[in-house]
Design a protein around this ligand. Structure first.
Ligand SMILES: [Zn+2]
Length: 465
């Protein structure tokens, strides 16, 4: 018997945790953090308690109540018997938090399957972010009461490669690279005893690598999956800007503001957007200046076979820290290698030759504007999604206040990481699956009539094939 159960991504964007069982074999497709559900109870300064993290999230119904799945250190707060774990593995589609982060709550005996780029991005983000038991996907601190030096536990990560099949228990798996707003994104085909199940993860056809998604879709057309679990973020958005439109928009901004100081911001894992900005800036005679965090990501991805800039291709901005004296001790260990590099720059560099740079500045680094002293008429190229909820509106308002304060103009160029509605419908009709399960969408009803059987399941409801 084959079953599919969605424990997240139901009438919500993100939080995918899809359990597939085939006889004795059990696996999860992603095990993400649901921001929308988490924000019902938590916010920036109200978080699950470190000493009983899993128990807290279980008590609030934010993760599925399954035995022998979660880590057993006090962060777990729940038993793990040492007998066979609840699942044989987790197949990660890509390194976005809403698909990957709650893997950190799963026992380290349970292996995960992910692309090499996804593994490196998740590791680098955890190293350079705040230590947090909800983002320790690749390696976690085993927290024992009374101990203040934690032992690190590394989980087994099996590297998946485009088109190279492998098996998890009795299920044969074929991974395919897909284009999304982060490198290392993968869609999967599962060969089960009830037929083929395809899972798209997050994907698009209008990005920088549409040929990857096209190859996945070609493979699907050939094998005709019985079940298609497909993301539907933009089902209500018939069409929208493509990455080519972003290129055009960015080129226009670079041309219009030639000679002016220029800043940019984009989603921190979107190395494809970084690459676009890097290339276009270079052509316009500007050097891309990145933060320590981005430098750490670029450094982690070197030698990984991705066509993204290397660390030597960009300049690295050194912000002032505690006393503003640029002493190594003022910086975290992970960022020290970036301080004295030949391509490190400080605010005084950027104040000279103002038209020579494209300076990445994220929301939490807006204070740097005070040191960089941009003249009125500078520009901020906002290359990420505009606010779509109240919290984001507040932050966006703050960003606008900073820009207004310094007389900085605002320009926008962005394209969604998700396939648009019209194309999504065509894809489903081309594949004509027997069973369609929409996920990662607020509007599953909009998929009605697109396949023989469209299953709009409830959270935790088991589908038997
Ligand atoms: Zn995503």
């Amino acid at each position: 018997m084959v079953t599919i159960t969605l424990y997240g991504g139901v009438r919500e964007i993100g939080g995918n945790k899809t359990l597939v069982t085939d006889g004795d074999t059990r696996l999860f497709l992603d095990f993400g953090l649901s921001f929308s559900r988490r924000s019902l109870y938590y916010q920036e300064f109200l978080n699950p308690r470190t000493h009983s993290g899993v128990r807290d999230l279980l008590a609030l119904g934010l993760i599925p109540p399954l035995d022998n799945l979660y880590r057993d250190d006090p962060v777990g707060g729940v038993p793990f018997s040492g007998a066979r774990p609840f699942v044989d593995g987790v197949l990660l589609s890509h390194p976005h938090a809403d698909h990957a982060y709650h893997v950190s709550l799963i026992h380290s005996d349970i292996p995960i399957y992910a692309s090499e780029a996804a593994r490196r991005i998740l590791a680098a983000m955890a190293e350079s972010g705040q230590s947090n038991f909800e983002n320790e996907v690749i390696e976690h601190s085993y927290r024992e009461p009374g101990k203040y030096q934690y032992e690190k536990r590394r989980r087994t990560v099996h590297s998946v490669q485009d088109g190279q099949g492998f098996s998890v228990g009795g299920i044969e798996v074929e991974p395919y690279s897909v284009d999304h707003s982060v490198p290392g994104s993968v869609g999967y085909i599962l060969h089960t005893s009830a037929g083929l199940i395809a899972y798209t993860g997050d994907f698009r056809l209008h990005g920088t690598h549409p040929q990857q998604t096209a190859r996945f879709l070609d493979a699907l057309k050939e094998v005709k999956p019985r079940v298609l679990i497909i993301e539907g973020t933009n089902i209500d958005e018939p069409t929208g800007p493509t990455e080519d439109d972003v290129r055009e928009g960015v080129q226009e901004v670079l041309k219009s503001y030639s000679g002016h100081m220029m800043f940019c911001t984009f989603a921190p894992r979107d190395m494809y957007r970084l690459t676009t900005l890097y290339e276009l800036a270079r052509r316009a005679g500007r050097q891309l200046v990145v933060s320590h965090k981005l430098a750490h990501l670029l450094s982690s991805l070197e030698g990984c076979g991705l066509s993204v800039p290397g660390l030597d291709d960009v300049l690295v901005y050194n912000p002032k820290r505690r006393w503003g004296i640029y002493d190594e001790k003022e910086y975290s260990t992970w960022e020290r290698p970036y301080l004295d590099r030949h391509n490190a720059v400080r605010c005084d560099h950027l104040r000279r030759d103002r038209g020579d740079y494209l300076i990445y500045l994220d929301f939490f680094s807006l204070g740097e504007l005070i040191d960089i002293e941009p003249p009125a008429g500078s520009v901020m190229l906002h290359s990420q999604t505009e606010p779509f909820n109240e919290e984001m509106e507040f932050d966006f308002e703050r960003l606008r206040n900073w820009l207004n304060r310094f007389g900085i103009r605002y320009e926008h160029a962005h394209s969604s990481g998700h396939i648009y509605g019209d194309r999504l419908r065509e894809v489903i009709q081309e594949l004509s699956p027997e069973v369609l399960i929409p996920i990662h969408t607020e509007h599953p009803e909009a998929f009605a009539g697109l396949a023989q059987e469209v299953l709009i399941v409830e959270d935790g409801e088991e589908v038997v094939l």
